[in-house]
Design a protein. Structure first.
Length: 117
């Protein structure tokens, strides 16, 4: 399965974006789909995860209450709704598959999110 992120762009602080992660094939129930981001010169940062089997979600404190991850099993697609964006959210966002939250076993091309102040 390959995962492809899309939906990034330029937005003003306080604005919203919705990212999509499309899977090339069926996402197995044992999969946890994660979003992580990486800004230039910074470490990779976990953003959100969803357990495909039961829809349980996971967030770090930095995005809790602002970001929402969801999945559409019919479309094999995961979404990341990002509200109240801040300049520090600027990064390339990737979706990745694994077995646990914050485990990235495979991922595809990311999508750039730029938040202007």
């Amino acid at each position: 399965v390959q995962l492809q992120a899309s939906g990034g762009g330029l937005v003003q602080a306080g604005g919203s974006l919705r990212l999509s992660c499309a899977a090339s094939g069926r996402i197995f129930s044992s999969t946890v789909v994660n979003w992580f981001r990486q800004a230039p010169g910074k470490e990779r940062e976990f953003v959100a995860a969803i357990r495909w089997s039961n829809g349980r979600t996971y967030y770090p404190d930095s995005v809790k209450g602002r970001f929402t991850i969801s999945g559409d099993k019919a479309k094999n697609t995961v979404y990341l709704q990002m509200n109240s964006l801040k300049p520090e959210d600027t990064a390339v966002y990737y979706c990745a598959g694994g077995i646990n939250p914050q485990e990235y076993r495979y991922w595809g091309q990311g999508t750039q999110v730029t938040v202007s102040s």
